[in-house]
Design a protein around this ligand. Structure first.
Ligand SMILES: *Cc1c(COP(=O)(O)O)cnc(C)c1O
Length: 436
């Protein structure tokens, strides 16, 4: 029975691989042989193009062409070049996105800019309209949002004082209710689109519309969405968005993030980290700050060219395919893993910590288990790499560009083997490492 079941699943995996229209993308990645990498949602793998670019940018551009490279190799334009490539993946217009800093830092900029709009009205209106007297001061967010998002709002609240900025969090499911009830006090809604622990997807269109009806501005964090879910920022009339590039965009460890500002707000905002790279004429070296017109006003200091060059090359993996193909395979891999786990009859040993349907969650599956950390370590010892999220979540990510269905089948088979034998109880798997 067990053997037949295994054979049938393996056969199905092979058939799915044979008809996979993204299968050719696997060859653009450099992955350790034998490893099944289910953590592309935390650190996307190296692409061959990135490796070649790293060598070129260090040896030729920095090594030989030196300072001339700012012009010759268009280093100075990288934040916008990359921004426009990312805009394409998130349903944004050209000239609405730049690559800069981290999500955390970008959130500080957009939260401040949004609060200032609510305090003072749009910049061009300020001549005629007197400042609105601090009517809206609340940042509304999800209680289970990514901690750094919450921390940045707390930091801003400490800086400005609670009479100008106050964080209020409610559970994800209550966001719309809170907006309905208290929307007139809310200045900014700051939400993460796909929850990092359970993969829950928030309804971008409906919540954005509701926030606007209530007079609030909205910021979306796209960390677990960009590059793997179809997004329509322009169509949904999103005000601001941020996202990172080292997850599904495969930009490399600590690769710089991105920030989106809707066209209609670009002339109206002021962001507080007003560095020279966001100046209208950076190389005029003027005494007073004047923000650039476009999304480049969100830049602060000198861009990290090595990281940006690598990211720029990595984004080549998205050429020639579309986001709907990616989402289709993401759901199929995710659902197939769940099917394997159910057929191997280990699903009762875990608690599903996400939506039961792969169609309705991000590109990951999460389980809770008292030994989640040890199971994660044991899987890694068997060359299957998921991750652990405190306190008890085993998280497996399915990156459609480089995973095969057969790998997903093997991951489930190895997991079943290990939990059936309770191998995770071995003390070697209990030692907690610094980064999980
Ligand atoms: C990964 C992640 C971040 C990371 O933020 P950085 O400041 O770029 O390190 C932020 N928000 C969410 C939702 C994330 O998943």
């Amino acid at each position: 029975m067990q053997i037949k079941c295994l054979n049938d699943l393996q056969e199905k995996a092979k058939q799915l691989d044979a008809t996979d229209d993204l299968a050719h993308k696997l060859h653009e990645f450099e992955l350790p042989k034998q490893q099944i990498y289910l953590d592309g949602n935390s650190l996307g793998p190296l692409t061959k193009a990135a490796k070649a670019r790293a060598k070129e940018v260090v040896e030729q551009q920095w090594g030989a062409d030196l300072i001339e490279s700012w012009n010759k190799h268009k280093w100075i334009g990288l934040p916008k070049t990359i921004g426009n490539k990312i805009a394409n993946l998130i349903g944004a217009e050209e000239n609405t996105v730049v690559c800069a800093d981290s999500i955390s830092v970008n959130l500080f900029k957009v939260l401040s800019a949004a609060l200032l709009i609510q305090e003072q009205g749009l910049k061009q209106e300020t001549q005629q309209t007197p400042p609105i007297q601090n009517k809206r001061t609340i940042i509304l967010s999800q209680a289970d949002n990514f901690p750094s998002d919450i921390y940045m709002a707390q930091g801003l609240s400490n800086l400005l004082g609670e009479n100008r900025c106050k964080l209020h969090t409610v559970s994800s499911k209550d966001i719309e209710h809170e907006l309905q009830e208290n929307g007139d006090k809310i200045a900014v809604v700051m939400l993460t689109h796909v929850n990092f622990k359970n993969g829950d997807i928030s309804d971008m269109q409906a919540i954005t519309q509701l926030a606007h009806q209530k007079g609030a501005l909205i910021i979306w964090d796209l960390a677990h969405s960009a590059g793997v879910l179809p997004l329509e920022l322009q169509h949904c009339e999103v005000d601001f968005a941020v996202g990172c590039t080292y997850k599904y965009l495969n930009g490399g460890p600590g690769a710089p993030a991105f920030v989106y500002v809707a066209k209609k707000l670009q002339k109206a905002i002021q962001q507080p980290l007003s560095g020279w790279m966001g100046h209208k004429q950076a190389f005029a070296f003027l005494h007073d700050y004047e923000a650039a017109d476009g999304p480049e006003q969100m830049l602060s200091g000198t861009p990290p060219i090595l990281s940006m060059s690598i990211l720029d090359a990595s984004l080549g993996a998205f050429e020639g395919i579309n986001i709907h193909q990616i989402r289709h395979k993401s759901i199929a891999l995710n659902g197939f893993f769940q099917e394997c786990v159910e057929h191997l009859m280990i699903d009762d040993l875990f608690e599903l910590a996400c939506h039961p349907s792969a169609n309705l969650r991000g590109s990951q599956i999460s389980y809770t288990h008292p030994y989640a950390y040890a199971i994660c370590q044991a899987l890694i010892a068997h060359n299957v790499v998921p991750d652990f999220r405190a306190p008890n979540i085993l998280r497996l990510g399915f990156s459609p560009l480089f995973l095969t269905y057969e790998q997903v089948f093997n991951a489930a088979r190895i997991l079943a083997d290990l939990v059936n034998k309770q191998e995770y109880k071995n003390s070697m798997y209990q030692q907690m490492k610094e980064v999980t």
